[in-house]
Design a protein around this ligand. Structure first.
Ligand SMILES: Nc1ncnc2c1ncn2[C@@H]1O[C@H](COP(=O)(O)OP(=O)(O)OP(=O)(O)O)[C@@H](O)[C@H]1O
Ligand SMILES: Nc1nc2c(c(=O)[nH]1)N[C@H]1C(S)=C(S)[C@@H](COP(=O)(O)O)O[C@H]1N2
Length: 173
């Protein structure tokens, strides 16, 4: 199971602040996923073309099973992660964004400002998370039970979770 964590942030990429989103995603996965993972973390600035080209390279050339992005999902002019993600998806899975926003609304009214989405490009599953490091646990915990079965369906690597932390749902099992 190869996972790319892609931080999309002008300021983190310039070193104006230390990236806390990428490490938060990695820590969540380490706590939750019970099967072997190889995780790589990458930081890029905001921007449609950079994000699109990076997502295509990570999916097609590098064949990651899953890409988790953080940042660039809001309404500011440079927030273009959802557009770039949609432009590379072969299938969008809008339920992921809907459920992450719903779960986040229990914590912050501004959750509706995130346009985060998810979907599939070939055998790669791509999921957007907001930039706020505090959003990572909330969003991943809300949707991750459906991710292992989604990876089964698209022919990506097998992944399972520690049921004491979060039980993956595979229909019929
Ligand atoms: N990768 C990150 N690491 C640490 N803090 C972050 C990160 N991304 C966002 N934040 C925090 O969340 C706040 C809101 O994020 P904002 O929407 O302004 O950032 P962004 O558009 O994702 O990233 P940037 O503005 O750096 O391009 C930021 O002010 C910052 O405190
Ligand atoms: N769970 C959760 N979701 C959240 C937030 C948060 O703090 N927690 N921040 C919101 C805010 S303030 C914004 S602007 C949007 C988009 O953030 P991004 O542009 O950094 O991706 O995510 C929203 N979703």
């Amino acid at each position: 199971m190869r996972i790319a964590i892609l931080t999309i942030s002008d300021r983190a990429s310039r070193g104006e602040y230390e990236d806390r989103g990428g490490p938060a995603v990695e820590a969540w996965l380490m706590r939750t996923v019970s099967t072997h993972m190889r995780i790589d973390r990458i930081i890029i600035p905001d921007g449609f073309e950079t994000t699109r080209d990076t997502l295509i390279e990570l999916s097609d050339a590098k064949a990651y099973d899953m890409i988790l992005t953080t940042g660039g999902t809001g309404p500011a002019p440079r927030d273009l992660t959802p557009e770039a993600t949609q432009s590379v998806l072969t299938k969008e899975l809008p339920g992921f964004g809907e459920l992450m926003r719903k779960a986040s609304l229990d914590y912050v009214a501004t959750a509706i400002l995130s346009r985060q989405t998810a979907g599939v490009r070939g055998k790669t599953f791509i999921l957007n998370l907001p930039g706020s490091p505090a959003s990572i646990d909330v969003c991943l915990t809300a949707v991750f039970a459906a991710v292992p079965y989604c990876l089964d369906l698209i022919g990506a690597a097998f992944v399972d979770t520690d049921p004491n932390v979060l039980k993956a749902h595979r229909p019929g099992r």
